[in-house]
Ligand binder design. Structure first.
Ligand SMILES: Cc1cc2nc3c(=O)[nH]c(=O)nc-3n(C[C@H](O)[C@H](O)[C@H](O)COP(=O)(O)OP(=O)(O)OC[C@H]3O[C@@H](n4cnc5c(N)ncnc54)[C@H](O)[C@@H]3O)c2cc1C
Length: 129
């Protein structure tokens, strides 16, 4: 299936789309998360729906575009002839800090130097091409 990125539409009063209907993309772990975020953003101002829909749509178009492109790149990687090697490389942590002078990598120091919540580079990183 071919997925399009950058889908937009002209605002129509009182109606909009969320979830896959708004931004169908390859299933690489983002669609349901983005659908829930759509719903949460749209529900921020239920008393005044039309401005809420406009605000949601503009924010969603901007938010989704890079995610849809990243999903397309990951799908292309998974379907390529070199998929196995590429996926191993994608999930293999890369050292962030320069190795100590001795050349020995201190795994404990490397992990504690990482800001809380920040993944080790290589795990779920953005694809560059
Ligand atoms: C194999 C696979 C793996 C995935 N893995 C992930 C993941 O790990 N993480 C992630 O975030 N996302 C993942 N996704 C994407 C995620 O499933 C979708 O993005 C998400 O379900 C979209 O939710 P939705 O409510 O927009 O649409 P849907 O879940 O498709 O819900 C639409 C509903 O509308 C119903 N419907 C359709 N037409 C009509 C009609 N005419 N009348 C009444 N009802 C109708 C359908 O039966 C369906 O129940 C994956 C998708 C696939 C296919």
């Amino acid at each position: 299936m071919q997925h399009r990125t950058g889908t937009r539409w002209t605002h129509q009063p009182g109606i909009t789309l969320i979830g896959d209907a708004a931004h169908l993309m390859p299933p690489v772990g983002e669609g349901a998360n983005q659908a829930m975020l759509d719903a949460a953003e749209l529900a921020t101002n239920p008393a005044d729906p039309d401005p809420a829909i406009r605000t949601y749509e503009e924010a969603m178009f901007t938010r989704i575009h890079p995610i849809a492109e990243m999903s397309a790149r990951v799908q292309a990687m998974m379907l390529s002839p070199t998929a196995a090697d590429d996926i191993i490389r994608f999930f293999t942590p890369q050292p962030i800090e320069p190795a100590p002078a001795s050349g020995r990598v201190d795994e404990g120091a490397r992990r504690s130097a990482r800001p809380p919540g920040k993944p080790i580079a290589g795990g779920r990183r953005r694809m560059s091409g």
